[in-house]
Design a protein around this ligand. Sequence first.
Ligand code: ADP
Length: 721
Amino acid sequence: MFQGLKIAVKQKKKLLVVFFITIFLPSVSLSIFGIKALRNEKFRLEKQIENEQLQIVKSIKGKIETKLTDIGEQLKNMASYPSFRQKDYPVIKELLRGLLEKDSLAGIVFLLYRNAEPLFPLFQSGFEENVGTSVVANDNSLQKQIKDAEDAEYIRNDYSGAVSIYNDAFLKSNNRSAKARLLNSVARNLMKSSKFSEAGDVFTSIINDYSGERTESGLPLELHAKLQKTECYSKLGDKSSSISNDLNVFEDLLTDRWILNENQFKTYASIVSERLTGLLSDNTGKSTENKSKFELYKERYQYKTELWQTINNIKSNIVPELSNYLQTNPFTSSPFKLSKRIGNEDYLISAVIIPGQNQQDKAGILAAKLNNRYLQNNILDNSIKEVQPPENTSLFITSLSGDSIRGFKNNTPDAITTTILFDDNFPPWRLEVTYVGRKGLGEISIFSNFYFWTIITLIIILVFGTALIVRIVAREMEILKIKSDFVSSVSHEFKTPLTSMKALTERLEKGKVTQPAKMKQYISIISHDIDRLIRLVGNILNFANIEEGKKVYKKEETDIAIWLKEVINNYKKESIESGVSISAEIEDDLPVLFIDKDAMTQAIFNLLDNAVKFSLGEKMVRVTVEKNENLIIIKVKDKGIGIENDEKDKIFEKFYRGNSAVKYYIKGTGLGLSLVKYTVEAHNGHIVIESEPGWSTVFTITLPISDKKQGGINDKKDSHY
Ligand code: ADP
């Protein structure tokens, strides 16, 4: 097999070299270039996508950072106002309010002066600039009067008496704070003496005329009066006034009407809230409107407490760092930033140093805790909207601690992703853009790519070329085998008669055969062998002629019956094999046909030879010839080994030798039947085969009988096949 392949490859060397140079080498090298180009193309596309992604994230980042720089600049401008250095709180408050109105990003603004507690001007924490003091009447007689009133009120429980003494003192006093507190005492005693309506009126005048005053303990008097007024209304059974008054107080508390510290705020807010819960518990009159108002206030209260919490967090976590900054860093007018995670929130602080008298001094720090909600819902979302990331990208923004801020993590494996962080992690976010093209990058770049189709074409050419070459080499191997089989079978065919002839002639030569009968027998055998050899050579020559297209059929008018009888008789005479019985049944009134007698004789001889050869035991051959309408039908039947169904077509191929022929070592060249077929078809006839393997075989030749005028095989005297 391997040897055969080697020879076949050698035979087709030229073709292989041509194939290798013209198809294989160019295809392979072009494919390699194509693949490289494809990879470059893919790489280029990836780079392009990465650049686009970088543009997207950079531009979102840029927009956000501009806003953050902006807020720093605003703080810087503000801090340069002398009011900050001079601690002019009312002006500071106004300025900061203006800042907040202009930019909602500055959530909580606070001040940190050297060696002082932090101040939250818009939330009052630590900003109680006019905390109440005990205002003592400087007038002795007034002091005595107050003492008398207190005796009446607390020792004697003479509330009416106390009222008139306090009233009197009120009229005499010319100190505003003292007057306010005296009025409060009047109202208190009126309440004690159950004169609620009058007490309410006094509280009203405190509210109207002395709103800025404070009690001895520093509480805003107005707040106290308002709370007490509700008390009066409820004592008088005026529920609706109680509700509206308390709602009013609640609103005042929420809008920071008074400067209160956290505890005060919480205490008064909870007093009012509890009272309102009780008052609004039944559904009457205007209660629905009031109830919804109350609900709204409660929400605002919740927000406010959270704000207190934030302020406390700033105080305990941010302020120490800022103080440190203030102590250790030299003066700079540039804004700076600080970010810190407290609880679940990132505290983003933008700050600037407040310059002192001398421009290089540091008076303090003005800082703003940025409003995260505004930063995300407004600034971030708007930036994304402005950038308009294309549809095939997915944006995912997280905090550095992993919380998702916008979008979803895209888990497509190997998807091109670009990630960016903010400078100084301010805000501490990670921006991630992933390519999520519908078809995936590979397909987009490949299927619309010229190189891809070139490679596919080259591969197809290569595959077909290789298949062709393999076929050619395989065919060559097959031909080589056929050739060698043919040569060996022809040699065998020649060898047997030649050996027998040699042996017989030697005996005759040496005079070993003396009896005339024996001599005659020897000569007959030799002549039979010669006939066999002539037939064999005839077969081969005919085959060669046919193959080269040189075969000429010399047709002549032939009486089929006479001719066939003669052929069969001749065959019988030639056949010296023992046990062969050939019978013939030939109709007498057969027409005359134009045939090449030699060629047709050779065909019939081949069929008879096969019939004898392939009958292993009993060699009974029967030839029948009949006329059927305008056909002559010649059948050669035997009772031999038969032919398998799957071989019935193949046996007419040149050089084909049946499996049984090989199996039973029956000699032959594989040319006999192919010659029969050529010859029959050259006479416009055809040959069919019926066989029962192991039992019998019948070859049927059908030749047409044609009218001369109509044309047919009889027309052709000589014809080339
Ligand atoms: P060869 O006889 O030299 O092998 P042929 O072309 O005459 O070649 O026949 C081809 C094959 O057909 C044979 O090898 C044999 O297997 C099969 N064959 C032909 N004639 C017969 C037959 N009468 N009975 C069985 N097999 C036959």
